[in-house]
Design a protein around this ligand. Sequence first.
Ligand code: 2BA
Length: 109
Amino acid sequence: MKLIIAIVQKEDAADLSSTLIENGFYVTKLSTTGGFLKEGNVTFLIGASEEKIEEIKSIIKDTCKSRDMVISNPTPYPLSEGSDINFGLTTKIGGATIFILNIDEFEKY
Ligand code: 2BA
């Protein structure tokens, strides 16, 4: 048994969720926030047997698109008035960031 933790952009979350469910996977979605951009994203918890992991990865790859995002101020500090530091920087947000963990035990009661 494995647990996939997948952090995806909000825009892709509904499609990813329905595609996974249509393909028979169990999914839990958490509303999360990226530490860097402080934008909402969605974290999926997907428990599945080891032989299903490649199928799930390919669904995630096909569904989640990378996008460019303009950063206004990526620092936790307010910019001084009139400053244009950090304005207009563009960063690429990945289609998905995934972690795959081994699960020692899986039970449902
Ligand atoms: P955020 O932390 O808001 O990051 C959004 C995007 O900003 C990142 O896209 C990356 O392009 C950039 N970025 C983040 N931290 C940076 C840094 N320290 N220096 C320079 N650029 C940085 P992604 O890498 O695709 O990440 C998308 C979201 O996935 C992240 O949102 C975060 O919520 C999550 N994430 C990514 N890597 C992670 C990790 N190693 N651990 C936990 N969460 C992660």
